[in-house]
Design a protein around this ligand. Sequence first.
Ligand code: PMV
Length: 352
Amino acid sequence: MTTQEFLGKQNFTITNQTVSESCPSNIALIKYWGKYADQIPANPSISYTLNHCKTNTSMEFLADEPFSVQTFLAGNEEVKFAEKIEKYFKNIEHYLPWILKGKYIIRTENTFPHSSGIASSASGFGAIAKCLMKLDETFSGKSSEEESLRKASFLARLGSGSACRSLYNGLVVWGKSEEVVGSSDLFAVQYPDAEIHDIFKNFNDWVLLIHEGQKSVSSTVGHGLMKTNPYAERRFQEARENFVPMKEILKTGNMEEFIRLVEHEALTLHAMMMMSEPAFILMKTGTLEVINKIWDFRRETGLPLFFTLDAGANVHLLFPNNGSEDQIKTFIETELLQHTQKNGVVKDVMKF
Ligand code: PMV
């Protein structure tokens, strides 16, 4: 598939509309870090879609008014976000030819705390792309649900790369991988359900809010620094290669190898940050304390509690519901919660 497939129809009729959509966040297991022009990822990635961490968005479109965007986050007007969305809309006009022919009032709310440091761009752009596809169906005619979702994923990617994975439930792949049939750099695809062992279908992700608030380096800047990172090519290659064991692990249910691979990916992401020029570190003292405690706990109990990290200090605690979850939850509450800033934890599960 090429971008040509996503060009919009030139025949459309616009009318005043209000649409609403909701989209969850996702957490990558094999990470995307580094990109080329037009939001093409430097390597494929695979993520779990979350269940509770969502963005709910309503989009009011006023036809034939001069193009402008007004955004409200949890009821408060956000001018900076509106500027970002305006730029985004101008950038996707080829794919939605009606998009600059009206005024937008976008109201958006996250189900997770605003200042938590949980990235809202994946769920946020996912929800916006879904709203746009709803408007497109009204203005340009209906397409199949599959096509519409794929285009929503394509459009979400142009807003924020990892957002394209949030359009699908379960395990989701974005980026061309020889290991995943139908995978593409342009949009995400669902990892085939029949290829996933049951143990991976009932999983928890508890996000420990180690540091709430703004990150010192944005992911846009972080991706950019991969361009001059001397280890970048090796990293991209490794991420591609990691799809081989990942495929086998997902099929066989090999938890030990899953844990090894997922933690390795998280630490590699942060190692890349430390080896960037200029270097930066997003982990905090609490992040390292939690990681060490998790490793001690696993050594002592053998229970499958492990972590991943996104581009921030928060720790995503991953563990399956396989009978040991009560012991793990008690450990988290008594030993790990103390390393958060304000006893903050967002308890989520993977959405299948
Ligand atoms: O989609 P972005 O630009 O916010 O980048 C996401 C990068 C990571 O969260 C660190 C990894 C990933 O694959 O989601």
